[in-house]
Design a protein around this ligand. Structure first.
Ligand code: ARG
Length: 459
């Protein structure tokens, strides 16, 4: 047990208490960020004349050595230290002696941990963004190939109107594009530097907080030292954005599981992304999609957990906040993993265009267009709806589709129908006539695809 604060204590910490309190088993994950923050801090202290140039250089060399040795596996972060901050400081003092004891001048672990967490979250937002972008690129590729691949669009999971595969996939493109927007909003809002807030009330040293902020790539220093050490809004916002990403991945997974089923056969997941059954030799299961759907719960759990942890904490720092780390790390790693696997799965998946097309053809997805035909010939929409409803009933009776009814059968129900009804309700017309921006018509779809491509090039 190596602690930074033994001075006012007369007894050793109880072993169980020590273990309960310690965070090194998980906060070692941000050793790089901790060292980066310390280097900026001492650079600022030297600039302000609080440390000499030599002291700053000695500390910086020491910190660089620790970083290198940990990264290259020569120095092990052990549970002998309470947290990563203690480990770095103690190792530094051990290696360079007295100069090391000046590292923590004008700083508290409260603003230090607030900084480390922000640096870590900011780095991970950038990585997450790259993963979401790769998925968008994969979706864009699918869209480009399937502007004319017809499939049924559903509402209530009942066939509704024909759409195209590009259109359906395009809906997910929009969702994940918004997800990137959320990540970048959070990054911008959280990008203020808490260092210099001290324990809660700032410090008496003449720190240049703007300089440290600038060295670490922040827009500016935070403006209230109490808020600086107890703000975890950005963690909550990130977990909320991650929950939304998982919700999108989960809905998409659910569709892929349905589409991959024996009943739909719209897609076939690649062998590399499927698993078998230990008992049923015929099985090829969509486990990856199921796991992505399943892991959504755990990311939502992290969000609920931190919201609940934060709700009763008085200002300023309280140890409850240490609980933000494990769940945030886990959620980030989970989402990164899910995104990478999901992207691999969709970009290797085969689309059975014929089955989608056939499915769009039966199930009366052109019934609305038959009603619109009547409307275009002067029949009020409500009456047209009733007429086509009766036609559908006739078809169900005979086990055929609308385009298989004879013209006599059409005319028996409404004399308005003429030979051109067949063209009006063909799958091609149904899709191509939908030409407003956002609809599946191939021309507008091409426009949207071009806009997406431009977005991916610029962002
Ligand atoms: N491990 C602590 C955390 O994660 C670091 C801050 C400790 N500060 C303190 N006053 N005990 O929150």
């Amino acid at each position: 047990m190596a602690q930074l604060w033994g001075g006012r204590f007369t007894k050793e910490t109880d072993k169980l208490v020590y273990n309960f309190n310690a965070s090194i088993s998980f906060d070692q994950k941000f050793y790089e960020q901790d060292i980066r923050g310390s280097k900026a801090h001492v650079a600022m202290l030297a600039k302000q004349g609080i440390l000499t140039q030599e002291e700053m250089e000695e500390i910086t060399r020491g910190l660089d050595g620790i970083l290198k040795d940990v990264s290259e596996g020569r120095l092990e972060i052990t549970s002998e230290y309470e947290d990563i901050h203690s480990f770095v400081e103690a190792t530094l003092i051990d290696r360079i002696g007295d100069a090391g004891k000046k590292l923590h001048t004008g700083r508290s672990r409260n603003d230090q941990v607030a900084l480390d967490m922000k640096l870590y979250v900011r780095d991970e937002i950038d990585e997450l963004d790259r993963e979401v972008k790769k998925l968008l690129q994969a979706l864009e590729n699918i869209m480009e190939l399937h502007v004319n691949t017809y499939m049924p669009g559903f509402t209530h999971l009942q066939k509704a109107q024909p759409v195209t595969l590009a259109h359906h996939i395009g809906a997910y493109f929009e969702m994940f594009r918004r997800d990137r927007g959320r990540l970048s909003d959070i990054r911008e809002r959280m990008n203020t530097c808490p260092l210099g807030a001290g324990a809660l009330a700032g410090t008496t040293y003449p720190l240049d907080r703007a300089y440290t902020a600038q060295l670490l790539g922040f827009n500016e220093p935070t403006r209230n030292s109490m808020d600086s050490v107890s703000d975890r809004d950005y963690v909550i916002e990130l977990l909320s954005a991650l929950s939304t990403i998982m919700m999108h991945l989960s809905r998409f997974s659910e569709e892929i599981i349905l589409w991959n089923s024996n009943e739909y056969r719209f897609v076939e997941i690649d062998d590399a992304y499927s698993t078998g059954s230990s008992i049923m030799p015929q099985k090829k299961n969509p486990d990856i999609a199921e796991l992505v759907r399943g892991k959504t719960g755990r990311v939502y759990g992290a969000l609920m957990s931190i919201l609940t942890t934060m709700k009763g904490i008085p200002l300023a720092y309280n140890k409850d906040m240490q609980e933000d780390k494990e769940l945030t790390f886990d959620a980030i790693d989970t989402v990164k993993g899910c995104l990478a696997l999901f992207t691999g799965m969709v970009s290797t998946m085969q689309f059975h265009e014929k089955n989608m097309d056939a499915s769009a053809r039966n199930g009366f997805t052109n019934a609305t267009d038959a009603a619109d035909y009547l409307v275009n010939h002067g029949v009020p929409f409500r009456d047209a709806h009733g007429i086509v409803g009766r036609l559908v009933l006739t078809c169900i009776d005979k086990g055929i589709s609308l385009d298989e009814l004879s013209l006599e059968e059409y005319k028996a129900i409404s004399p308005v129908f003429e030979e051109d009804i067949y063209d009006a309700i063909s799958m091609r017309t149904c899709v191509e006539k939908r030409m407003t921006l956002g609809a599946p018509g191939p021309e507008v779809m091409e426009q949207v695809i071009a806009m997406n491509r431009e977005y991916l090039e610029k962002n």
